[in-house]
Ligand binder design. Structure first.
Ligand code: NAD
Ligand code: WQD
Length: 337
């Protein structure tokens, strides 16, 4: 079977390509490289000894996408392509809606034209907004506080409607919690264009000596140590969740909405300590003001993914930190070296 991976050069897409190739699938990747480098795909080929047919296109370009479907008989699509920076989405809502929603619309239209109706979509725990009960189950109320979150909510609705209209679609909406870590070879990892706002990239920069200290956003949350709690999940576990979802979708046409998280919540201070232990590097920090829009606690109930997809995360915090650190040390300039 041949799987098209949109956003395949990116962080989660590249790790999922490894799992797809290892599972015996043929793969085609498309990416406009707005937040990635195509070297990541060469690295995936190196790890897997596989081949990736790559097209540098924007998925909003329906004609270019059509050409890809004409060249390859695509059986299913894993759709990672999108913009993901929450703060930038507030500054540039039109760009975010155009890219995320416009890209998905173009994709499903071209898929429909080629009678390709199996789709795995990257959603996010952000669709739960500020959930007031933990752990978060898939049937909790949905909300958003920024254009990025709304774009995910709108795409989920779009896909639900496409499924309900009939025609044999089979769709998975996977709600990721906080992906971190890297492939254990240290060959691929997270290397966006520009500096991300997320916690792990900042911890890595401090450990590398590129930043003096980590700013911890808020020490006065209603949590045991006062810092905010998240469900960090190893990117390889996340990638494996996609393979399981694909199997379920191939098995029978259906729509699946599943959390991909570990079920464990860790505070920012837990993360700093776990990283120091795993890397042997100190991570000096200072507690500063809360970051606007942050929530106190967010962790998954992953039991539905286990029941439905026979999937659960296997890696703990130690692996996540060690693997992130290995990638960083081996590739201080990411894919640029
Ligand atoms: P990423 O930025 O590393 O990967 C996304 C890829 O899509 C990039 O390579 C980018 O160049 C490409 N892309 C963006 N717009 C495109 C377009 N119009 N046409 C073609 N390519 C395009 O991000 P990631 O962390 O790998 O995230 C993948 C998906 O998972 C995204 O949809 C993101 O919203 C979602 N997600 C990510 C996280 C996270 O914390 N990393 C959490 C929840 C959900
Ligand atoms: C984690 C914790 C910060 C940086 C974001 C998106 C979410 C999803 C995943 C895509 C928070 C704290 C961070 C720093 C810190 N992405 N922090 N110092 O905010 O949980 O989720 O990425 O869908 O939609 O919102 O992740 O890694 O940014 O932050 O103290 O320098 O680390 O305040 O408590 P977040 P994060």
């Amino acid at each position: 079977m041949k799987i098209l991976v949109t956003g395949g050069a990116g962080y989660i897409g590249s790790h999922t390509l490894v799992e797809l190739i290892d599972a015996g699938y043929e793969v085609v990747a498309v990416d406009n490289l707005c937040n990635s480098q195509k070297h990541s795909l060469k690295r995936v080929e190196k790890i897997t000894h596989g081949n990736i047919a790559f097209y540098q296109i924007d998925i909003r370009d329906k004609e270019a996408l059509t050409q890809v479907f004409k060249h390859h008989k695509i059986d299913a699509v894993m759709h990672f392509a999108g913009l993901k920076a929450v703060d930038k989405s507030v500054q540039k809502p039109i760009e975010y809606y155009d890219n995320n929603i416009g890209g998905t619309l173009a994709l499903v239209e071209v898929m429909q034209n080629f009678n390709c109706k199996i789709l795995v979509f990257s959603s996010s725990a952000t669709v739960y907004g500020d959930a007031h009960k933990m752990p978060i189950r898939e049937d909790f109320p949905l909300s958003a506080t920024n254009p990025y979150g709304y774009s995910k909510l709108m795409i989920e609705q779009l896909l639900q409607d496409v499924f309900q209209a009939g025609g044999g679609w089979s769709i998975a909406k996977l709600r990721y919690f906080n992906p971190i870590g890297a492939h254990k070879s240290g060959t691929i990892g997270e290397h966006p264009n520009g500096i991300p706002n997320n916690l792990m990239p900042h911890i890595l920069r401090v450990a590398m000596g590129e930043l003096d200290k980590l700013n911890i956003f808020g020490g006065d949350y209603n949590t045991p140590d006062g810092t905010a709690i998240r469900d960090y999940i190893h990117v390889v576990d996340l990638a494996k969740g996609h393979i399981q979802a694909l199997h379920a979708l191939i098995d029978k046409p259906q729509i699946i909405t599943a959390n991909l998280g570990t079920g464990n919540g860790y505070s920012v201070l837990d993360m700093v300590m776990a990283f120091e232990k795993a890397s042997g590097k100190p991570v000096p920090y200072q507690i500063t003001h809360r970051r606007k829009g942050d929530i106190a606690i967010c962790y998954a109930d992953p039991s539905y993914a286990y029941k439905k997809l026979n999937w659960k995360a296997k890696h703990g915090l130690k692996d996540m930190c060690q693997d992130a650190w290995r990638w960083q040390v081996k590739n201080p300039d990411g894919y640029l070296c």
